[in-house]
Design a binder for this molecule. Structure first.
Ligand code: ADP
Ligand code: MG
Length: 313
């Protein structure tokens, strides 16, 4: 391999929006057999928006059939629903998570006044809590609520919404669940095609996410990732462990991600690939960065490295 050919190849790739850190990165690409894709922000756009608000104790009709919600206001939100959103959004003011942002945006759209959160606490990959007008509010996944000692509720509703690929959080106040909020995130236009192209190249694709198993599997199904290759409920600090496990099984692993919490896994992977306008830390931790924020660019990276490598061989 001549350094000059590599240099030329690197430059050509850069023109196509694929930035290889160095020549070695180009060569290592050809040995990869597993591609681990972060779900949020990599396969999906990463922009959540609220789709459902379900308060606890929403009156069921006497025959147990359709749900009847009294006191609907002009926007169709009941008092109970407004309370769930007001408390959740107020607490999320201390958070920078896209789920929190989605709930705050929704509260604003609904013209709901928010309170200032006090004693805000955040547990990465689980949820947040804060004191709102004297009440302790918890927003997060089932593990988070359970760890706070709050008995779970709305489990069949969670099941149904997660089965649709929606991300859910429970809202607890003091020692009880008062409702749930579901958000959805759109799958990027070319994710399904790109994953198909990776499979056609003989690569195995895996999905990794902090989101729950049911939601992750529903999204995996939509983009044709084998449900047995979904790693869900993975805490930010454990993503690196999952990459190590695949490597220990003899795989050469590419990790593709965009977030701060993906950085250690990007470093650990044989090749770390930062996608799009990912966080600076993700880009710094990667061997390849894709200017275009789509998985189509990932396929381009494989094609380009192959072309360059064939030329210099
Ligand atoms: P992802 O891998 O999708 O980025 P995270 O690790 O950030 O997921 O979060 C995993 C899960 O933890 C979320 O799906 C949510 O249930 C819960 N969670 C994390 N942060 C928050 C928050 N600020 N508010 C509510 N729930 C949260
Ligand atoms: Mg993330």
């Amino acid at each position: 391999a001549t350094p000059t050919a590599l240099m030329a190849g690197t430059g050509k790739a850069a023109e196509n929006g694929v930035l290889f850190r160095d020549g070695e990165a180009i060569q290592t690409m050809k040995d990869l057999d597993v591609v681990v894709l972060d779900k949020t922000g990599t396969i999906t756009e990463g922009n959540h928006s609220v789709t459902d608000v379900v308060p606890v104790g929403r009156g069921a009709s006497p025959d147990g059939g359709a749900l009847v919600e009294p006191q609907q206001d002009a926007d169709g939100l009941s008092d109970r629903e407004r309370r769930v959103i007001r408390l959740a959004a107020s607490a999320e003011r201390g958070s920078e998570h896209p789920i929190g942002q989605a709930i705050i945006d929704y509260a604003n759209e609904q013209g709901i006044d928010l309170s200032e959160p006090r004693e805000f606490e955040s547990i990465p990959g689980k949820g947040i809590s804060a004191t709102i007008d004297g009440e302790r509010v918890f927003v997060g996944n089932t593990t988070f609520l359970e760890e706070a000692g709050i008995p779970l509720a709305l489990e069949s509703e969670l099941d149904a919404l997660e089965g649709q690929g929606k991300t859910t959080v429970l809202v607890g106040v003091d020692d009880e669940v008062i409702g749930l909020v579901a958000t959805a995130d759109t799958i990027k236009d070319d994710s399904t095609q790109a994953i198909q192209d990776l499979h056609d190249r003989g690569l195995e694709t895996w999905m990794i996410t902090g989101d729950n198993e049911r939601t992750a599997r529903a999204i995996a199904e939509q983009v044709n990732i084998d449900p047995d290759r979904v790693m869900a409920g993975v805490l930010p600090e454990d993503k690196i462990e999952k990459v190590r496990e695949l490597q220990a099984e003899g795989h050469n692993v590419a990790m593709v991600g965009d977030g701060i919490n993906d950085a250690p896994a990007l470093k650990q992977a044989n090749i770390g690939i930062a996608i799009g306008t990912g966080t600076d830390i993700a880009i710094q931790s990667s061997d390849v960065s894709l200017v275009r924020g789509s998985l189509g660019a990932l396929v381009d990276a494989f094609t380009l490295s192959e072309r360059i490598f064939t030329k210099i061989k």
